[in-house]
Design a protein. Structure first.
Length: 254
């Protein structure tokens, strides 16, 4: 079975509210590689409580650089690349375990359900991602504040979901979003208009984007049916787009 040749790779920095729930869903793996950016909370203590976890520390410069460094520490054929706030569902674990060891597929894409305080929402802005792939076929590249893995060869989508369930406090979320939006604003302003996606062109307009994202999350993605959890997510995404708009205004005045 393919699962015997998979090493989960996880990036951490002060992830004590999340990392235990993440690790509990990958204990089936023989080895788990964690790239830590010198956490100062209880993250390292939690990591060392799992015998199959190998921790490597590296000063953070970009997500792509951290992931490529992690790939160098893995010897298995396959890598399961996870954020510390990802939680594999039982259905997805079973689907991974059932994958054949011999196949012409080099990567598998997973879909996400965004969670608010543990409750999965009906809709999300998170697109599917290549999360499980052959190590020797992969390389990471930065994409704005985020990062993408490029994998040569055939890819397939799995049917089950990963839960994106971040339990860090709002203050930490705001700190991270502000850092992300500095990078995202620079990307939007420096990329030629013809190379921007339709959604990025809307985001670059500043004024409309926060209100569009609010309506999109509540109405088109069905967040209004999720009660206060849906409103929380919609306001969270609206706030993130507002931070981006402020940063674009700011750079325009420099």
């Amino acid at each position: 079975m393919l699962s015997s040749e998979i090493t989960p790779m996880i990036l951490t920095y002060n992830e004590s509210p999340n990392i235990r729930r993440n690790l509990q869903t990958v204990t089936w793996a023989k080895s788990i590689v964690v790239i830590d950016s010198f956490s100062t909370d209880e993250t390292l203590e939690i990591l060392h409580s799992y015998p199959q976890v190998q921790v490597f520390q590296r000063q953070f410069d970009s997500f792509a650089a951290q992931c490529n460094y992690g790939l160098e520490k893995i010897t298995s054929e396959w890598v399961l690349s996870l954020d510390a706030d990802y939680v594999l569902t039982d259905e997805l674990i079973n689907e991974i375990i059932a994958l054949p060891a011999e196949s012409d597929v080099n990567s598998y894409s997973f879909r996400f359900k965004y969670c608010i305080f543990g409750k999965p929402l009906r809709g999300t802005l998170l697109p599917p991602r290549n999360v499980l792939y052959k190590r020797e076929k992969a390389i990471y590249k930065d994409d704005g504040h985020a990062h993408r893995v490029w994998v040569d060869g055939n890819s397939r989508m799995l049917s089950a979901y990963i839960h994106h369930d971040d339990r860090k406090p709002l203050s930490r979320w705001l700190w991270a979003q502000d850092r992300y939006m500095v990078i995202e604003a620079k990307k939007l302003l420096e990329t030629p208009e013809s190379e921007l996606s339709f959604s990025d062109r809307i985001r670059k307009q500043k004024i409309l984007a926060p209100f569009i994202i609010l309506i999109y999350c509540l109405i088109l993605k069905g967040g209004i049916l999720d009660g206060w959890h849906g409103w929380y997510y919609a306001f969270q995404r609206m706030l993130a787009e507002t931070l981006l708009a402020i940063r674009i205004f700011e750079y325009g005045k420099l």
